[in-house]
Design a protein around this ligand. Structure first.
Ligand SMILES: [Ca+2]
Ligand SMILES: [Ca+2]
Ligand SMILES: [Ca+2]
Length: 224
């Protein structure tokens, strides 16, 4: 006789096996020890939401995995490949879909490594290449250089303010950006607003005060 049983976590537990015989009517109980081994988790899907990742914009890395141990506690470590320390995320018990937010300061290609552990020494690992692009209307060379002439100057502010003033009710920029059009979006939110002009003014002042230099373009806005 075969008796099937499912265990939700690895364990060594006594199980009562009750055997009933109907004719002639008789019964007996026997206790045997059942050892349930852990099953390691398996990563079934790794993707980004949205699919197109833009620099300085928050996206979610979506991880879907399986593990028959419904009581297992899972932990995820993520190497974002951007110099940030390893991120450790604890998954709520029972969850099999996880979204972890991140943003990249610079456009480029990142090889992200995800490791998944259950609490019984089971693990899985996977990686995903995330290509981070520059927002359509943001100058990829230098976001403050509106007219793309290589200089960040009052002229950039003027061009931007002129555009904002002539499009007061439609700050959303048309897609795609026509070749040669000025890069009106400093903040990378696909719209041209007074805030974009303010950021150029801030940047000019920042550089005039001696704060500028190589690589400053890569600093997040929050750092100013
Ligand atoms: Ca497990
Ligand atoms: Ca310029
Ligand atoms: Ca903007």
């Amino acid at each position: 006789m075969t008796i099937f049983a499912g265990y939700r976590d690895e364990a060594t537990s006594p199980a009562d096996v009750y055997v009933l015989n109907l004719a002639p009517l008789a019964s007996d109980t026997e206790t045997l020890t059942v050892t349930v081994a852990n099953v390691a988790p398996v990563i079934t899907s790794l993707s980004t939401d949205p699919e197109l990742v833009l620099r300085n914009r928050t996206f979610a890395l979506e991880l879907i995995f399986s593990d028959p141990g419904t009581l297992d506690v899972h932990q995820i470590t993520i190497d974002w490949d951007d110099g940030n320390p390893l991120q450790v995320v604890t998954v709520p018990v029972g969850d099999r879909t996880v979204g972890v937010s991140h943003s990249y300061v610079t456009a480029g290609e990142y090889s992200v490594t995800v490791s998944l552990y259950d609490d019984d020494a089971g693990s899985a690992a996977d990686d995903i290449i995330i290509i981070t692009a520059t927002p359509e209307w943001q100058n990829p060379a230098s976001r403050w250089d509106i007219n793309d002439d290589g200089a960040i100057a009052p002229l950039d502010v003027l061009i931007l303010i002129n555009y904002v003033n002539t499009h007061p009710d439609a700050p959303a920029l048309p897609m795609p950006r026509p070749d040669g059009a000025p890069y009106y979006d400093v903040t990378g939110d696909d719209s041209a607003t007074p805030e974009d002009a303010l950021w150029v003014i801030h940047e000019i002042n920042y550089r005039l005060s001696g704060g500028g230099g190589e690589g400053e373009d890569d600093l997040p806005f929050a750092a100013r």
